[in-house]
Write a protein that binds this ligand. Structure first.
Ligand SMILES: Cc1cc2nc3c(=O)[nH]c(=O)nc-3n(C[C@H](O)[C@H](O)[C@H](O)COP(=O)(O)OP(=O)(O)OC[C@H]3O[C@@H](n4cnc5c(N)ncnc54)[C@H](O)[C@@H]3O)c2cc1C
Length: 459
């Protein structure tokens, strides 16, 4: 027997739960499906657990450097990995319970645990049940990509998800992938006490950033003892006594790096392969991401795709914004679009890199006259007081409109300080809206008006 709903949502990631509650509150009988852990990637194996582990790693780092601050710890600083994991599990469980309770108690929402699959453009099968609705929302997210390199199937590799089960210290962790996820794990495990080597195929880490940013982050991590092997090629893995060997070159020595464990952090694939999309006629691109328009509609009327699965964002805040866009268009007659969104994200190393808008190379590529300002974090009082002066802040401004085009803040509390720039960009105001504003002393954000007061033509 087919069960009829007004809306079906597949996946309980960062868009689905809020949308389910909103649709139900608007009087639409809504089913939401989850095949694994409620709350999806961010809550269970992504943002929350990694930032919780990063907090443990930072506690270790601060304890080791306490002497510089006049704090003396007699004896070694040791890491109890079982406790590190237990703390992470407790914090994840709280969030997971929070989303579960929210969905279970939302009037008009039916939470169904199981794998949803399209049977037609209007019907979804789950656990032998058949559900039907005129509106279906796909929020199935993604999973760690596992490349088909030689030997990958023969070695016990880890992914960002597998890392969540670790309650021991790898002796030498080789991380393949020098991008956001890989670098967060690299610093975290180095601070826990592992030897860490990052293997990257590109000539530099976080290659989508400006070269200067990549170099500064690499230098910062090298100072903590992390090794880098860039331009790696002929990637191959072999089992070794008590570990794994990663082949990084066909010609250049050393050709292989032996380690105790290997983490593959080489991107994420969308969860669309097992969704029966062909039965609904939903189109995807060559990499499997669902094609959507500016309001997140797929090519099939009545079907939307939100979050990582549409390839229009890869973050919790973009997935949540997808929910806001769909809800505004469907329920509030308020036309919101993906193209209204400014690109924002952070790399949560310590100190973090916070980014908004265009990089310097992207600005240069447009050929438009631009102004640029740069300030070293060593000039920032807050950074000096904390003895954390690594990094710099850089901002780019359109010379004609005076609008901020982009910024990269690498330094202590950059992930918070950048929001004054984000808000002025979103408000489509000129940079003077910040440079004439009084900020609180002594903060990092306090220096952003000064930075904007030092703009020079981008040469
Ligand atoms: C290690 C790591 C760290 C991260 N850190 C950050 C960070 O600091 N900041 C940030 O903004 N982003 C971060 N992200 C990215 C962030 O987690 C994702 O962008 C976000 O979770 C995307 O949410 P989503 O709504 O697309 O779906 P997801 O959160 O991926 O959830 C999708 C859900 O759908 C379920 N599902 C899939 N297929 C089906 C099906 N057929 N039937 C039923 N259920 C199904 C899945 O089980 C999953 O629970 C991180 C990711 C990782 C892996």
């Amino acid at each position: 027997m087919t069960e009829r709903f007004d809306a079906i949502i597949i996946g309980t990631g960062q868009a689905g739960p809020a949308l389910a509650v909103r649709l139900a509150a608007a009087g639409r009988k809504t089913a939401i499906l989850e095949r694994k852990r409620i709350g999806g990637t961010c809550v269970n194996v992504g943002c929350i657990p990694t930032k919780t582990l990063i907090a443990s790693a930072r506690a270790a780092h601060v304890a080791r450097n306490g002497r510089d601050f006049g704090v003396v710890i007699d004896g070694d600083v040791r890491i109890d990995m079982a406790r590190v994991k237990a703390r992470k599990d407790e914090i994840v469980a709280q969030s997971n319970r929070g989303v579960t309770n929210w969905l279970e108690n939302a009037p008009g929402v039916t939470l169904i645990e199981g794998h949803g699959r399209f049977e037609s453009p209007r019907t979804i099968s789950v656990n032998g049940r058949m559900l039907e609705a005129p509106e279906i929302f796909i929020n199935t997210g993604g999973r760690p990509a596992v490349p088909k390199w030689e030997g990958v199937g023969d070695v016990p590799f880890l992914t960002s998800t597998g890392m969540m089960d670790i309650d021991f210290l790898p002796e030498h962790l080789i991380i393949v992938g020098g991008s956001y996820i890989g670098l967060e794990f690299a610093q975290m495990y180095r601070r826990f006490g592992s030897r860490v080597t990052v293997v990257e195929m590109a000539p530099r880490i976080v290659a989508r950033e400006d070269a200067e940013v990549s170099a500064a982050i690499q230098a910062m991590l090298e100072r903590e003892g992390i090794a880098f092997r860039l331009k790696a090629e002929c990637l191959r893995m072999d089992k070794r006594d008590g570990g794994v060997s990663v082949h990084v070159s066909c010609e250049e020595e050393p050709r292989e790096i032996p380690g105790s464990h290997v983490l593959l952090a080489v991107g994420r694939d969308p969860n669309t392969h097992d969704l029966g999309l062909d039965r609904a006629g939903v189109a995807t691109n060559a990499r499997g991401f669902i094609d959507v328009d500016d309001e997140l509609r797929t090519n099939v009327p009545g079907i939307w795709a939100l979050g990582d699965v549409n390839g229009r964002g890869a973050f919790t805040h973009t997935a949540y914004n997808d929910y806001e866009i769909v809800a505004a268009n469907l329920l509030d007659q308020d036309r919101r679009r993906v193209s209204d969104r400014t690109t924002v994200y952070a790399l949560f190393t310590d100190p973090p890199l916070a980014r908004v808008g265009m990089t310097e190379s992207e600005v240069r590529a447009t050929g438009r006259p631009a102004l640029a300002g740069k300030m070293m974090m060593a000039r920032v009082g807050r950074a000096r007081e904390r003895s954390e002066t690594q990094g710099f802040m850089q901002v780019l401004v359109d010379a004609e409109t005076k609008r901020i085009l982009g910024a990269a803040l690498l330094g202590i509390e950059a992930d918070e300080a950048i929001h004054c720039i984000i808000d002025v960009m979103a408000a489509r105001q000129p940079y003077t809206a910040i440079s004439r504003t009084v900020h609180i002393h002594p903060t990092v954000a306090e220096l952003i008006p000064t930075l904007l007061g030092s703009l020079l033509p981008l040469q």
